[in-house]
Design a protein around this ligand. Structure first.
Ligand code: CAA
Length: 382
């Protein structure tokens, strides 16, 4: 087993770290406070190959592997979580799905636009009444005699929904078939019948715009089907496996930022005549933070490695996301506690890390869903 990274992986990590520290982190407080979408920074990430990391060069991407994706995501998330949410959806949920299941024309048009940073993508699965139970969707796509589909319905919690040019949509084409009656479509948000609804005011990742979207007699061409009719649910699940590696990496980045700020603080802050880092209760927290951080990173790299081998990685991705998101919540909680009043104050980023970490236990499959996936894989029972 070799724990070292390749030169290319380290180069991409370095590019991501530089942009994150020089451009993203300095404006993170502003973006969190105002909720302003960080379009300029997202373009910069795109120009540097970070919006299509695993996309081959022939479709405008960086042509790197899933390990490089993890390393870059961690750096961007350590700069600001909201930026890494947008990056994760573009890379994992949009590009990854179209690359695996899309037609050559879809790859050339849509993957290229997102990978080159010219447009922003989104992924629409969740509905107001169906989140974890994704097959309970009501959005309908009815096939017409000429092969087109007429789409009606609502989707909610759509990351980048307010700004996305293209969206991968999952809709019921055959409700009698349940999971096997769902089809994936490529949506162009400039076409008639597409509407954006209310924007969600959120606890954290406030600069990553999230909204409801609605389809009213939107007409999708036969060529807009991604993969085959009825394969949408499996496509969504496979794409979410990849997405979970991205969210695990995001959680690690947030946790690392909180951990590094804490290391600095415990060296400087004095109480009872000594640096608080010399107290055993602080030392125990630091040691536990580091163990959780390293465990989360190694499990996430393992999931990325299995993905890179072209094998099924659903279980590894669920284990990584569950471990990393719960580690991020615990680490940011302890970081706030160690900083005391300063941890609670908006003058320092600790409270933001704490708020940002929470979403990693919720989106792209809650911790409960990750446990369900892992237990089903381990026991073979359903
Ligand atoms: N890869 C490929 N196929 C898969 C799969 C995977 N990971 N998981 C399931 N499937 C297949 C199954 O093999 C099965 O196929 P057959 O019909 O051929 O047997 C089919 O899909 C149905 O599978 P299940 O019976 O297991 O489906 P289920 O209804 O029991 O659901 C679930 C399983 C794990 C609960 C799933 O619904 C799930 O993951 N739910 C969570 C959804 C989720 O993560 N939502 C996040 C929203 S998106 C988001 O947050 C994006 C954002 O903007 C940031």
């Amino acid at each position: 087993m070799d724990f070292s990274f390749t030169e290319e992986q380290l180069m991409l990590q370095d590019v991501a770290r530089r942009i994150a520290q020089e451009k993203i982190a300095p404006s993170a407080e502003h973006h969190d406070r105002t909720g302003e979408f960080p379009l300029e920074n997202i373009r910069l990430l795109g120009e540097n190959g970070l919006m299509g990391i695993e996309v081959p060069a022939e479709y405008g991407g960086a042509g790197m592997d899933p390990i490089a994706y993890v390393l870059a995501m961690v750096e961007v998330a350590a700069g600001d979580a909201a930026h890494s949410t947008i990056m994760s959806v573009n890379n994992s949920l949009f590009c990854n799905g179209i690359l695996t299941h899309g037609s050559e024309a879809q790859k050339q048009t849509y993957v290229r636009a997102i990978a080159e940073g010219e447009a922003i993508g989104a992924f629409a699965l969740t509905e107001p009444q169906s989140g974890s139970d994704a097959t309970a969707m009501r959005c309908r796509a009815v096939k017409q005699a000429d092969g087109t589909f007429v789409i009606n319905g609502k989707k909610s919690w759509i990351t980048s929904g307010p700004v996305a040019k293209y969206i991968v949509l999952f809709a019921m084409t055959d409700p009698d078939q349940g999971a096997r009656g769902i089809t994936a479509f490529m949506i162009d948000t400039d076409k008639p019948g597409f509407h954006r609804g209310k924007t969600e005011p959120k606890l954290g990742i406030r600069a990553s715009a999230t909204c409801e979207i609605e389809f009213q007699d939107y007409v999708a061409a036969a060529d807009d089907v991604v993969g085959k009719e009825g394969e949408g649910f499996k496509i969504a699940m496979g794409v979410l496996d990849a997405g979970r590696i991205g969210i695990a990496s995001q959680a690690i980045g947030i946790a690392r930022a909180a951990y590094e700020a804490t290391l600095e603080y415990v060296r400087d802050r004095k109480a009872f005549g000594a640096a608080i880092g010399t107290f055993q209760m602080t030392q125990a927290k630091i040691a536990d933070m580091k163990c959780k951080l390293d465990a989360a990173l190694l499990l996430t790299l393992r999931a990325a490695w299995v993905k890179g081998q072209g094998k099924r990685f659903s279980n590894e991705a669920a284990i990584a996301k569950l471990t990393a998101s719960e580690a991020a919540m615990w680490i940011t909680h302890q970081a706030v506690q160690i900083h005391g009043g300063m941890g609670y104050s908006k003058e320092m980023p600790l409270e933001r890390y704490f708020r940002d970490a929470k979403i990693t236990e919720i989106y792209e499959g809650t911790s409960e869903i990750q446990r369900l996936v892992i237990a089903r894989n381990e026991t073979g029972l359903r």
